[in-house]
Design a protein around this ligand. Structure first.
Ligand code: ZN
Length: 361
């Protein structure tokens, strides 16, 4: 019995490894065998099953002039769906996407207290399945994200700041009533996954996403794996005797570079206004604050890329160039650190990325 279970786990693992390879780029059966170390026979069995499930496609071959061209296999995510639920402090967003990252339908509503919320969610999902006309059997799972911290394993929202009514809420029991697998993540980690599958971090092994708006959130991927612990760049200090933060630390990045902080006393009401008026002094100040923390993160993790999202996505070329110049002047590593703007803006796709990650890993 135990042997059978182990074989099933191994089989599942091999299947996911093969799916990840094919998702990265089209590959042939022979190449898969070479890259995974599996026998050709084992690869054939798994590929045949993935083709019958509709997860992968055989690409049409070109007419070869000499010999036979290998049949290339590509990932077919457009018939596999995920439901994404993004719980935010003022609103929540529900949507259905395919695993290629196409959002079929997305709807936003004012936030509700947990009591009654999940009943409403179930109704919304049923409506969305009907509206999109998708086959409910093809929904792989439901991704739920909320402000952190969350206990992903216990599927519980813990104690996010300024969100007291949602403290200690268990997501698992309520959502399982729908009959699908449910996975919970904090929004910063989910944003990192979204950029890894659908943004500039595709194929990047080590990167950090930084969300800058009312606060500062961060997510880290190292060696292609999401760092599951509580990673809070916003609460790393850029000034050891600086402003006292609620977390107990002094000089936290968030106290200087969160948008309300950088705007304080300037007369500007939004980061958009700062960019539209091309206020170089303020843009440079924000770049310097963020660069100081990014330099520390790079020294700790030897990153390949940093992705900035949130309010900083608005015409990001100038600030990203300033940050790039700053951090690359102060690095020990041989390789340049790339600074990019985040590309995934759909709130429900960010939540669905948790399911995409479960599908491949
Ligand atoms: Zn702090």
């Amino acid at each position: 019995m135990k042997q059978g279970t182990n074989a099933a786990i191994m089989r599942k693992r091999n299947e996911k490894t093969i799916l990840s390879l094919i998702n990265a780029r089209p590959v042939s059966r022979a190449e898969i065998a070479k890259l995974t170390g599996l026998t050709r026979a084992a690869v054939t069995i798994i590929i045949d099953e993935l083709i019958s499930k509709g997860y992968i496609l055989e690409e049409p071959t070109m007419q070869a002039t000499v010999g036979r061209q290998p049949v290339m296999l590509s990932f077919n995510g457009k018939d596999i769906y995920s439901v994404g639920i993004n719980i935010m402090r003022n609103t929540f967003c529900v949507g259905i996407s395919d695993l290629n990252g196409n959002v079929l339908l997305e709807e936003s509503y004012p936030i509700l207290p947990p009591k009654g919320f999940f009943g409403v969610i179930r109704e919304i999902i049923e409506n969305q399945i009907a509206k999109t006309g998708i086959d409910r059997e093809k929904i792989y799972g439901i991704g739920v994200v909320s402000p952190g911290p969350v206990d992903a394993k216990a599927q519980k929202i813990l104690n996010p700041p300024n969100f007291n009514v949602w403290h200690n809420v268990s997501v698992a029991d309520e959502m399982k009533k729908l009959g699908y697998e449910v996975f919970l993540a904090n929004v910063s980690n989910a944003s990192a996954l979204a950029e890894m599958y659908f943004g500039p971090a595709k194929g990047i092994n080590n990167f950090m996403t930084i969300l800058v708006d009312e606060g500062i959130g961060s997510g880290i991927v190292l060696n292609n794996q999401l760092f599951g612990g509580i990673s809070e760049l916003g609460h790393t200090s850029i000034c050891y005797d600086g402003v006292l933060c609620e977390c107990g630390n002094r000089g936290c990045l968030e106290k200087y570079a969160a948008i309300p902080m950088i705007l304080k006393g300037t007369g500007f009401h939004s980061w958009k206004e700062v960019i539209d008026s091309d206020n170089t002094a303020l843009i440079e100040k924000e770049a310097e604050y963020l660069s100081t923390a990014i330099t520390s993160a790079n020294n700790l993790f030897d990153l390949d890329m940093v992705i900035l999202s949130g309010d900083l996505r608005y015409h990001p070329a100038k600030i990203n160039a300033l940050i790039s110049a700053f951090v690359n002047r102060r690095r020990l590593q041989n390789k340049a650190l790339q600074i990019c703007a985040g590309q995934v803006t759909s709130k429900s796709l960010i939540a669905s990325s948790v399911i995409v990650h479960e599908f491949f890993s």
